[in-house]
Design a protein around this ligand. Structure first.
Ligand code: COA
Length: 260
């Protein structure tokens, strides 16, 4: 796969996606979002991909937000469709992917950048990273799910404070409030994300997909998460991966899962 604004490469069952607009601090313009939507769809379809590592090019920014220069003349309807298309094709698509996404936050994660990281299933941040939702400084609010996902991750009081003050927080603070899972020195960032994905990729892929779907259901008011868990649990028993996992345990050997 060859793109203009992102780099993508599958190595040892991990899909590496790097947002590659370093001179614009990896801001998400239309083309970047289109390319992201394409590579996210590929991740879900590809049996080779067992997990995704998402990061930004360079040492300064993960993603410094949506590309402000593109929407400066938008009206109400255009604004709404920008948010809807982005949410459906990129942000929700990541959250609902059958593959686990780990965000490696290598610098500024602002606005749409923090929203992108929050759509991922796991977040690892460099100790130099800064995070925030500064949209109200532009007369906007977060539009790629930020008001919802930040509230779910850190609670209403902290979310309202971060969004209404537009203050950036440090990686250490983000870890303290549950916004990121781990903070490491920048040089160890990709290694830490790989360590997590290397563990996950040895587990049963269909069970990983079922786990993501079930956990997502815990924060989806339209479905009964307990019912989803019951159904997904049941479906696991119909997989070859289940037979392989149980067989390997009983035979005292390492399981070799095929994702079937
Ligand atoms: N959209 C479009 N371009 C952006 C951008 C964004 N969200 N964030 C940064 N850029 C561009 C700058 O315009 C600049 O481009 P130029 O060199 O062609 O002028 C380049 O990236 C470097 O950014 P710059 O502002 O010069 O870097 P800095 O170190 O002075 O400041 C930030 C870094 C992150 C504090 C600052 O870029 C910023 O506030 N960005 C916007 C963050 C934001 O509001 N995001 C939410 C958008 S909804």
């Amino acid at each position: 796969m060859s793109y203009q604004n992102i780099l993508s490469d599958v190595k040892e069952n991990i899909l590496y996606i790097t947002i590659n607009r370093e001179s614009k601090l990896n801001a998400l313009n239309k083309e970047t979002l289109t390319e992201l939507a394409d590579v996210i769809a590929f991740a879900s379809k590809s049996a080779e991909v067992r997990g995704v590592l998402l990061t930004g090019a360079g040492e300064k920014a993960f993603v410094a937000g949506a590309d402000i220069s593109e929407f400066s003349a938008y009206n109400t309807a255009q604004g709404e469709s920008l948010a809807r298309n982005g949410q459906v094709n990129v942000f929700d698509a990541i959250e609902n992917s059958t593959k686990p996404f780990v965000a490696a936050i290598n610098g500024f994660a602002l606005g749409g950048g923090l929203e992108l990281a929050m759509a991922c299933h796991i977040r690892v941040a460099a100790d130099t990273a800064k995070m925030g939702l500064p949209e109200v400084t532009l007369g906007l609010i977060p539009g790629y799910g930020g008001t919802q996902r930040l509230t779910r991750l850190v609670g209403k009081g902290r979310a309202i404070e971060m969004i209404t003050t537009a203050d950036m927080i440090t990686a250490d603070r983000a870890e303290k409030i549950g916004l990121v899972n781990h903070v490491v020195p920048l040089i160890e960032l990709i290694g830490k994300a790989e360590e997590i994905l290397n563990k996950i990729k040895q587990r049963a892929p269909l069970a990983i997909a079922a786990a993501i779907k079930s956990v997502n259901s815990a924060v989806n008011e339209d479905v009964n998460g307990f019912e989803v868990e019951i159904e997904e649990f049941g479906k696991c028993f119909g997989t070859q991966d289940f037979k392989e996992g149980v067989g390997a345990f009983l035979e005292k050997r390492k399981a070799d899962f095929k994702g079937r």
